[in-house]
Design a protein around this ligand. Sequence first.
Ligand code: FES
Length: 185
Amino acid sequence: MIKFIINDRELEVENGKTILEAAFASGIKIPTLCYNKELSPYGACRLCLVEIAGGGRIGLHAACLYKVTEGLIVKTDTERVKKARKIVIELLLAGNPDSEKIKLIAEEYGVNKTRINLGTRTDCILCGLCVRVCAEVVGMSAISFAGRGTRKKVQTPFDKISDTCIGCGACAYICPTKAIKIEQV
Ligand code: FES
């Protein structure tokens, strides 16, 4: 077991647990969009940022990726954390102004508008939940990321109708922004 401090509370967790897992197990709330406990963490949305104040790499880190180590000091609700999360939320809102889930998170953090203009809307936030559920739970890997930077997107191989897709709909179900729609072909 590993001892560490989160929000001035000393906690004990099993070796290998992330800050997010430890926080959730202790009832400490951290917002997430790309995390699902059944899937490997991916660290895409940056909503789960927390501050490491000692015993590790000082600064802001994604709680879903950062493994707890002995003596780590974590703060989940500092002004710095809140400010960083608000910027992340503004970015998400800029690309997805109609997403109910993002609007809910924005409301919770008192963000009612975004100062960011991305010049384009992308319902997909590249959280990778669809890609991971297809590969890790369904076992098909019918979709994956393609492209880089602003061209990065989720698609089937060569953007063609996939032979491996079994039409289970898990990707659409897990998508937090409802960017994936199931169609009969
Ligand atoms: Fe950690 Fe998305 S939940 S980066």
